[in-house]
Design a protein around this ligand. Sequence first.
Ligand SMILES: [Cu+2]
Length: 150
Amino acid sequence: MNTSTGPHKCAMRGAFLIATAVTLAEPSARADEMVAVVLADKGMESMRMELSTMQIKPGKVTFNVTNTSQSLVHEFVVVKSDKPIESLLYNEDEKEIKEDALEVVNEIEDIEPGKSGTLTVNLEPGSYILLCNKAGHFKAGMVSHLTVIE
Ligand SMILES: [Cu+2]
């Protein structure tokens, strides 16, 4: 809204403030969380996972996950874990994190290059690790961290 002060502008601003006050008085109207996720790589050597936010409130959250790769299939796994990312158990033969030893909340399997997927889950407060567990991708850097806190 601009700062010009004609009589019409003042009337509009007053109406806007009333509408805002009504919204704030209703805490149950809180919107569900939404996190945009980008899975990007420059081939097998350099990969990353970018989140639009690294901290959200507990409850229903929808991840909108986009694979921007030219050629590689990625996946998106949500893990509840208080451990540092470096301490996750790694299977050197399979070149992947041992998911059996983890509390996997849910995942999107096989997002094709240039495609997107969505995943909606209910998350309680705590620490989460988000990763792609295709062979070699975790070690190449396709992992991120999310905190859920009230
Ligand atoms: Cu991947």
